[in-house]
Write a protein that binds this ligand. Structure first.
Ligand SMILES: C[S@@+](CC[C@H](N)C(=O)[O-])C[C@H]1O[C@@H](n2cnc3c(N)ncnc32)[C@H](O)[C@@H]1O
Length: 508
């Protein structure tokens, strides 16, 4: 990215207004934004077409200005982070598309950078009403400037072309073609297999109940839609951003098409379901690694982290400069921007007096001049960061400050990064009749459980969610004869997860 760090694909849990501000200027090639409607009064996100419409009419009507100002501040950020050759696709529908075009996109991107109004047309059952059925969404495409990336995209001719169309003939190999005549040029063949140039009306099915790609996330968009957008406006290796990632369609397609990606969502369910969707690909040959950024860290993972990695991470989060060398660092893991030494301990037992004694020796040798200066001026001589500190150590810190003018500052990890215990899960299996089993997950978490995911054919390497969004924690399933392992993940409201598994032996 623009800051010189190696790019890592990322899923981020958070408000996109905050997260977009952390992304450098002109660093993204494509943004696909599919914002929700929300009721401003409750900030409740309204999912699903029926829910969306009812809530919009009941509570949002008249508040369009509030909605637009919510969107404008976000789209301004999107404009800032797009490269000059980049594009935005903003997905909306009849509720607000008129206002979004004029008040948001024209005013931020400029009328001249309007490229297309794409109509996504689909079929679905709608309730009877005294108007024509709404059977399309609108996707506005704006480029950031005139020199934007675009590749001509083709779609298949319909089945009626070819043998049903008298303009077409077949060559010796059976391929259908028609002759194109241009003034002053020799006639030439155009083959049906070349496809026709894509127009701005896209007929693509919505995700129906039995679709293979369906993950059950409300408002999930089809992969074919995102594939068209990504292929037409980016190259391999380009960065694709979805600030309303939902069930992860954009990032799943970007990943498959070898683009880099960033997905943001403020809903735990969205981020975790997207994570599970991408992890399902993880043991496929070309799946790329990615990071999931959740504001609350998992305490058990922090304490299991490799020592040096943990030290570097904490010093960095504290705003210091980590000591990247391993080996004999005299117990100094980094320095503040002013050169004051920092030591980090990741033990789950309280840091004791002996640590302090050797730290004092180390800091007095590390930079003798600075140590003496800090002592003289009554400044902090060193920082120790830990999960907890013993009483002995605290007493000695007080004595050093009072009697020897050596000020050591003790910092708790919890004040640098928020962390919590992940949910504790217990899974039980009960045999019902006819090779059918009932599974019940019991999970405990201070934050409260958000949802459960199930892998009915669990191998030790990856968790492949068969059911990704279960609110109940109870499942019944029939199995073929043999041994099976079932795993359940409980995800809490902070996005932390715990897992348990059971083995069953199914007999006829
Ligand atoms: C219409 S859905 C997106 C669906 C997605 N395109 C898909 O294919 O699954 C909108 C998403 O925006 C998220 N969202 C709403 N406000 C947000 C905000 N301020 N920051 C980040 N995400 C937000 C919601 O949680 C929801 O998942």
């Amino acid at each position: 990215m623009a800051d010189g760090k190696e790019f890592i694909n990322k899923l981020i849990l958070g408000d996109n207004l905050v997260e977009l501000q952390k992304i450098p200027d002109e660093s993204v090639d494509l943004i696909y934004a599919d914002p929700p409607f929300f009721s401003n009064r409750t900030y409740e996100i309204i999912w699903g077409d029926d829910g969306e419409r009812r809530s919009f009419d009941d509570r949002f009507a008249g508040d369009i200005d509030v909605y637009l100002s919510w969107l404008i501040v976000r789209v301004r950020q999107m404009h800032r982070i797009l490269k000059d050759t980049g594009s935005i696709f903003l997905h909306c529908d009849w509720h607000a598309n008129a206002e979004i075009k004029i008040d948001v996109l024209n005013s931020i991107f400029g009328k001249n950078n309007f490229r297309n109004e794409i109509i996504w047309s689909y079929k679905r059952y709608t309730a009877k009403s005294k108007k024509f059925q709404s059977l399309h969404d609108t996707i506005f495409w704006y480029s950031k400037g005139k020199d934007y990336t675009f590749y001509d995209t083709r779609e298949d001719y319909g089945e009626k072309s070819g043998k049903m169309d008298s303009h077409y003939k077949q060559d010796e190999e059976g391929n259908w073609y028609r002759m194109q005549k241009r003034k002053g040029a020799e006639p030439y063949k155009i083959y049906l297999s070349e496809g026709k140039r894509l127009g701005d009306v896209w007929e693509l099915p919505i995700i129906n109940a039995s679709a293979k790609e369906r993950i059950g996330y409300p408002t999930q968009k089809p992969e074919a839609l995102l594939q068209r957008i990504i292929e037409a406006t980016t190259n391999e290796g380009d960065v694709v951003l979805d600030p309303f990632v939902g069930g992860g369609t954009t990032v799943a397609v970007a990943d498959r098409l070898n683009r880099k990606w960033i997905g943001i969502d403020q809903s735990v369910m969205a981020v975790k379901v997207t994570e599970l969707r991408l992890r399902k690909r993880q043991n496929e040959l070309f799946a790329k690694p990615f990071e999931v950024e959740i504001p609350t860290f998992d305490l058990s993972k922090l304490q299991k982290a490799e020592g040096k990695q943990f030290e570097i991470f904490i010093v960095d989060k504290y705003g210091g400069i980590p000591n990247l060398k391993g080996g004999k660092d005299l117990g100094i893991d980094g320095h503040t921007q002013y050169g004051t030494p920092i030591q980090v301990k990741k033990w789950n037992r309280p840091v004791g007096r002996d640590t302090l004694d050797s730290f004092i020796t180390a800091i007095s040798r590390d930079d003798k001049g600075l140590f003496e200066k800090n002592k003289k001026e009554g400044q902090i001589c060193g920082f120790i960061i830990g999960f907890d500190f013993s009483k002995d150590l605290k007493n000695e810190v007080a004595r050093l400050a009072n009697k020897e003018n050596i000020i050591i500052s003790l910092k708790y990890v919890k004040d640098i990064i928020p962390y919590d215990n992940p949910p504790q899960v217990t899974l039980s299996a009960e045999e019902l009749e006819n090779m059918k089993y009932r599974f019940e997950a019991y999970a405990e978490s201070k934050a409260g459980i958000d949802f459960y995911s199930w892998d009915f054919n669990h191998n030790e390497e990856v968790f492949r969610g068969d059911i990704t969004m279960d609110k109940t924690g109870v499942q019944e399933k029939k199995f073929p004869e043999g041994e099976h392992q079932v795993a359940v993940k409980a995800i809490d409201k902070q996005g932390l997860e715990g897992m348990d598994k059971v083995k069953i032996k199914v007999k006829k």
